[in-house]
Design a protein. Structure first.
Length: 140
């Protein structure tokens, strides 16, 4: 299958066509996994950077199902680390990135237009993370 590279990133961000669903959506985890050949520590590191970058930029096209949003919201009520700990070695990155879906082509365009560099560490405040998740993710 073909891949769509992000041509400005030092290490390309790729989305294999077979990872896209019928509507062209893919989870952030699957983007990171395809881009780092499934190497879990490298996948988690890229997923962390993607989450933090999209949050910092207040990306508004992240989608999750109603059930997934409720699941994440309940988890956050029990354990604030779900949104507060997105360090590259945190398993919370896995959980959030696996439930965050984006339109593949829009993601690549956004990363290119906003000059995403996977070699740079990004950060977003706790308040920004909560706001992004609770107010900007599309649920349905």
């Amino acid at each position: 299958m073909s891949t769509v590279p992000s041509d400005q990133a030092p290490q390309p961000i790729t989305i294999p066509a077979d990872e896209l669903d019928a509507d062209g959506f893919v989870s952030l985890w699957n983007v990171a996994s395809a881009s780092r050949d499934g190497d879990t520590p490298a996948v988690r590191e890229l997923a962390s950077k993607l989450l933090l970058f999209l949050c910092k930029k207040q990306c508004d096209f992240v989608v999750t199902s109603t059930a997934n949003a409720e699941y994440l919201d309940n988890w956050f009520e029990r354990d604030k680390n779900l949104l507060y700990n997105w360090k590259p070695d945190s398993e919370f990155v896995d959980v959030v990135a696996q439930h965050a879906e984006v339109p593949g082509n829009a993601l690549l365009s956004f990363l290119r237009n906003e000059n995403f560099d996977p070699s740079v560490n990004h950060n977003a405040t706790r308040a920004a993370r909560v706001k992004w998740f609770q107010e900007m993710w599309n649920v349905g």
